[in-house]
Unconditional design. Structure first.
Length: 65
């Protein structure tokens, strides 16, 4: 068996853009995510538009909304 083959496994703190933090295990020491289960529309039932590159404005202009 080879030694030191696998990466180190750490207790990781995951922080979301909404401010939520939780602990899990990963090979990284810290993780930053944009959407978690506390703010994801599927789990909250609230629709949130994420405007990427002006797509929402382009849609509104195209259909006169």
């Amino acid at each position: 068996m080879k030694t030191d083959l696998h990466p180190k496994y750490h207790r990781t703190i995951v922080s979301c853009a909404c401010g939520e933090t939780f602990e899990t295990g990963s090979t990284n020491e810290t993780l930053k995510v944009e959407i978690c289960s506390k703010c994801h529309p599927f789990f909250t039932g609230k629709q949130k538009f994420v405007d990427t590159g002006g797509r929402v404005e382009r849609f509104k202009r195209k259909y006169g909304m």
